[in-house]
Design a protein around this ligand. Structure first.
Ligand code: SF4
Length: 291
């Protein structure tokens, strides 16, 4: 099986490139240049064994965003340079986490950190995107881009159900343009602070194990999802996810609960679990989002 990864910055990409060359590991490169160059770093495609060359025993690890099964892109990277904005509130995006989508194994999810800050633009986006879910307390701004779920925070963006890495870059570049173009027109937009409908309980249900094991005290996962959605149960009561064999679902589950609640999701003991983004950010020295 061929796998693909990307990196938070071009320095890590270059290190990986050199390491694979040195070990004679064949690879291909998928480039975001030029059209997606502000939201992506080149990705490397190799056989699954090629990953080992990036983490040799005794050598410094090349820090990648994560590995997913490679699928060729169905769209091309634009040949034109991305537009420049006098006031750029988005800045550049750096993908810190790349992983399979837990709700659909044929899709990927990613988390990108931004050099800009989106806080100020959310009320203007909220005024124009009637289908979005905005919570000023987060702040969080969640919407669907066709079947992709996009969760925006002040300094990071999570995209679930992207087709593959190029589609992920396309989504980020689409957001970059929409954010900056909305900001440029803000004098003509009445900001809206209305908090709209949160993501449906089904989005929580889709991220639960689906085994109906009853460890949470509910008869089914769906019943539990409805109670969590209503704020009547702590998501951490799902023991298979928070302490059992389904731990890999935890991050995505916390993410959607955060979008539902518009705040950090806490566990029963009051200690917030660090997300993989935050752990990764610590490892890379890239400061986690202050949101
Ligand atoms: S503990 Fe988790 S997996 Fe088990 S029924 Fe409850 S929600 Fe479903």
């Amino acid at each position: 099986m061929r796998v693909v990864t990307t990196f938070a910055d071009r320095e890590e990409f270059e290190k990986a490139h050199v390491r694979l060359d040195a070990h004679g590991v064949p690879f291909e490169m998928v480039s975001p240049d030029p059209g997606y160059r502000l939201v992506g770093v080149p990705a490397l495609v190799t056989e699954a064994e090629g990953r080992v060359a990036l983490t040799p025993r005794g050598a410094a690890e090349v820090i990648s965003a994560g590995w997913v099964e490679y699928r060729p892109a169905r769209i091309a990277v634009p040949e034109a340079e991305p537009p420049f904005y006098d006031e750029d509130v988005f800045g550049e995006a750096r993908i810190m986490v790349l992983a399979p989508c837990v709700a659909d194994a044929t899709k990927i999810r990613l988390i990108a950190h931004l050099t800009g800050d989106l806080t100020g633009v959310f009320p203007y986006l909220n005024a124009e995107m009637k289908e979005a879910c905005y919570n000023a307390r987060g702040p969080t701004f969640t919407f669907m881009d066709a079947y992709r779920m996009v969760s925006m925070y002040a300094r990071r963006i999570a995209v679930a159900k992207a087709d593959e890495i190029v589609d992920g870059w396309r989504t980020l570049e689409m957001i970059r343009r929409r954010v900056n173009e909305t900001w440029a027109r803000r004098a003509h937009i009445e900001p809206c602070y209305e908090m709209r409908q949160k993501p449906p309980a089904l989005e929580i249900f889709k991220r639960l194990p689906g085994t109906n094991c009853r460890a949470c005290g509910e008869a089914t996962c769906l019943a539990f999802a409805v109670r969590v959605h209503a704020g009547e149960a702590e998501v951490s009561r799902c023991q298979p996810v928070f302490g059992g064999e389904y731990g890999h679902l935890r991050e995505a589950l916390l993410e959607v609960c955060q979008a539902v609640a518009g705040r950090g999701t806490r566990e029963d003991n009051g200690r917030r679990h660090r997300t993989r983004t935050e752990r990764h950010a610590e490892a890379t020295g890239f400061s986690p989002a202050h949101d």
